[in-house]
Write a protein that binds this ligand. Structure first.
Ligand SMILES: [Zn+2]
Length: 261
């Protein structure tokens, strides 16, 4: 059985003292690949160093909406250069965060569109972060996706999706994947559990968002990639499928999304 954690912040300081142990436990749990998205330029560069020393770690580079104010005239060309690294599989995480609002909405939208354009130029998929802005994020992405070449990779993934069913179905119709994280395992997540039963497994990818969103029964502790298995197990029980089936399909979906052959 193989699993892929499609979203994990392994570069964060909280893993500094035991990163190698964390990766060992991930391997023991069946993980074959881990995607580490960027949140700003400095950490995007740090992730590329991590990729150089760990074969199973892959990168996305990008400016998170909460870092939108760090954007300068040079940022786009720097991201373009970083994206030449052979282990960069996406532009991300990018999007809109109207919950934290570290930057005004119009600035966030402009930086988001700039990075979508860059992803289009580089023929890379995008990893989308959206908080209290699911419909706006989807509308901007959907418009962008229609302009992409029909032969290119899938357009991207809505990471840790927290929107409604209609938007999720529209995103799937536009070719996007839906990322499912630890909260699916929480007792108070009935709406999310119901959503997962309604969405086709062929459009789901699994992720931890480590060190955040730790699944039950580890809630309260630091999250780590090995726990992505708990997300897969919960999807399997909700859909009356085996863990093997869910891991096989979600692994194939991640390979398709990130164009791994
Ligand atoms: Zn993240």
């Amino acid at each position: 059985m193989t699993l892929i954690d499609t979203h994990c912040h392994l570069d964060f300081d909280v893993f500094n003292c035991d990163r190698t142990d964390v990766l060992f436990r991930a391997q023991q749990a069946g993980l074959i690949r881990i995607v580490n998205p960027g949140v700003d330029l400095d950490n995007s560069l740090a992730i590329l160093h991590l990729c150089d020393s760990h074969t199973e770690v892959f990168a996305a580079v990008g400016i998170h909406p909460t870092s939108a104010l760090t954007w300068t005239q040079e940022t786009r060309s720097t991201l373009r250069e970083l994206a030449q690294h052979p282990k960069v599989v996406a532009i991300g995480e990018i999007g809109l965060d109207f919950y934290h609002q570290h930057a005004p909405k119009d600035v966030q939208k402009r930086i988001f569109r700039e990075q979508l354009d860059l992803a289009g130029e580089l023929a890379l998929p995008v990893i989308m972060h959206s908080r209290q802005a699911e419909i706006e994020t989807f509308e901007i992405c959907a418009l962008w996706a229609t302009k992409r070449s029909p032969n290119s990779s899938p357009p991207g993934v809505f990471h840790s999706y927290a929107g409604d069913e209609i938007t999720a179905q529209k995103a799937i119709t536009s070719g996007f994947y839906i990322g499912i994280t630890g909260p699916i395992t929480y007792k108070n997540a009935a709406w999310l559990q119901r959503l997962v039963t309604l969405l086709p497994t062929s459009s789901l990818v699994i992720e931890t968002d480590s060190p955040f969103l730790t699944p039950h029964p580890h809630r309260g502790d630091r999250n780590e990639p090995a726990f992505v298995r708990l997300v897969a197990e919960k999807i399997a029980s909700l859909k009356n499928q085996t863990l093997e089936h869910i891991s096989e399909i979600t692994t194939a979906n991640a390979k398709q999304l990130f164009q791994w052959r």
